[in-house]
Design a protein around this ligand. Structure first.
Ligand code: FAD
Length: 306
C-alpha cells in the first residue's frame, strides 16, 4: 500500500521523466506496457491484437498539458490516428484524456478540443472513450462528457467511471439515464479516503455492483479489468441473466495478462486492448508499476543488471 502511494506520487513528478528516460534499461522496460512512440508502432501492435480476435483502443500518451498549442497538437494527433484507422482497416477506437486537451488550463478549451475529435470520429463512424483521471476533475469531466453526449450519439462517445470512488455508483445510475456507454475500471490514481474506498475489498465489491447495473441496463459497456474474480463475476452474471456474449466487452491493457485476453477471445467474448503510445509515457508507466508490486522488483532487477 505504501509502495503504491509512493509510486503514484512519483508518477506526478514530471521532472523525473527526463531523469528516468536517461536509463536505457528503464526505457526498454516501458515497451512491455507502451507500444512505441509513433502512430505506426501502435498500428503494428494493434494488428497483432486484431490477429487474435480482439479490438483495440488507441491512447496517445499525454496528460496535464500546460500550453494551448500543445493541446491543439493533441487534437491533430488524434485526427491523424482516426484517419490511419480508416486507411489501414485495423479494428480500433480511441481513448482521450481531458487534461491532455487543456482541462487544467480552461475547461472550455478541453471541451472544444475534445469536440473536434469526437466530431471527426462521428464522421468516420468511430468511437471516442473519455478516460477518467484524478478525482479533482471527475465532476468537470462528467459535465463535458454529458455535453458531448447530448450532441453526438450513444455509439460515438462514452465515459469511464472508477469503482474506487464513493460517488461512482450514483454517477453510473445518473449516466445510464441518458443513456451512455460506460467503461468501468477500479481506478488508478492516489485518492484520499474521503473520496475513495481505502480497502481493496470495498473497491472490488463496488466494481461487482456497478458491473451488474451496467450489464443489466441493455446498453453496450466495457468491463475493464485483469482481475479474474471480476471477470468470473461478470461471466456468471451474464450467464444467469441471459445476457449475450456480444452485449458487452472486456477491456484490458497492452502488456497485461495477454494470456487472459486471448483466452476470453477464444471463448467468444469481445475483448478490447488499450494500446498506449507516445513520448510522454512516464506517468502512465508509473501507474502500471504501482498496480503490481512484482513489477517494481522486475524493474529493480533489470536496472541493477544495467
Ligand atoms: C482498458 C482499461 C482502461 C483503463 N482506463 C482507466 C481510466 O480511464 N482511469 C483510471 O483511473 N484507470 C483506468 N484503468 C486502470 C484501472 O483503473 C486499474 O488501475 C487497472 O486496470 C488494475 O486493476 P485491475 O482491475 O486489473 O485489478 P487489480 O486488482 O489491480 O489486479 C488484478 C490482477 O491483474 C493483474 N494486473 C493488474 N494490473 C497489472 C499491471 N499493471 N501489471 C501486471 N499485472 C497487472 C495482476 O495479476 C493482478 O493481481 C484502465 C484499465 C483498463 C484495463
Amino acid at each position: 500500500m505504501v509502495a503504491r502511494s509512493a509510486l503514484l506520487y512519483l508518477s506526478r513528478q514530471e521532472g523525473l521523466k527526463d531523469f528516468a528516460a536517461r536509463f536505457r534499461t528503464f526505457k526498454k522496460l516501458t515497451t512491455r506496457f507502451v507500444a512505441g512512440e509513433t502512430i505506426e508502432e501502435a498500428v503494428e501492435a494493434i494488428r497483432a491484437v486484431n490477429a487474435f480476435g480482439a479490438t483495440a483502443s488507441f491512447d496517445h500518451l499525454n496528460e496535464s498539458v500546460g500550453s494551448v498549442e500543445e493541446t491543439e497538437a493533441e487534437v491533430r494527433e488524434y485526427q491523424q490516428v482516426l484517419a490511419r484507422i480508416d486507411e489501414t482497416g485495423i479494428k480500433s477506437n480511441v481513448s482521450i484524456k481531458l487534461t491532455q486537451f487543456g482541462l487544467e488550463i480552461d475547461p472550455e478549451l478541453a471541451y472544444r478540443n475534445a469536440r473536434a475529435v469526437v466530431e471527426d470520429a462521428a464522421r468516420r463512424g468511430n468511437f471516442v472513450r473519455v478516460d477518467m483521471e484524478q478525482s479533482a476533475v471527475t465532476g468537470v469531466t462528467l459535465d463535458i462528457f454529458k455535453r458531448l453526449r447530448a450532441e453526438f450519439g450513444l455509439d460515438t462517445v462514452g465515459i469511464v467511471l472508477q469503482s474506487y470512488l464513493r460517488r461512482t455508483y450514483a454517477d453510473v445510475e445518473d449516466v445510464l439515464k441518458i443513456p451512455a456507454r460506460v467503461r468501468i475500471c477500479k481506478g488508478a490514481y492516489n485518492e484520499p479516503p474521503e473520496v475513495a474506498f481505502p480497502n481493496k475489498a470495498d473497491v472490488d465489491d463496488n466494481y461487482v455492483r456497478v458491473m451488474k447495473l451496467l450489464l443489466s441496463s441493455g446498453t453496450y459497456h466495457g468491463i475493464a479489468t485483469h482481475d479474474e474474480r471480476m471477470i468470473d463475476a461478470t461471466v456468471e452474471h451474464a450467464g444467469r441473466e441471459g445476457i449475450a456474449k456480444d452485449a458487452f466487452e472486456f477491456q484490458m491493457l497492452y502488456g497485461v495478462r495477454r494470456d487472459l485476453q486471448m483466452k476470453l477471445a477464444r471463448e467468444g467474448y469481445r475483448v478490447r486492448v488499450y494500446v498506449p503510445y507516445g513520448r510522454h509515457w512516464y506517468p502512465y508507466f508509473m501507474r502500471r508499476l504501482a498496480e503490481r508490486p512484482a513489477n517494481v522488483w522486475f524493474i529493480m532487477k533489470n536496472l541493477l543488471k544495467g
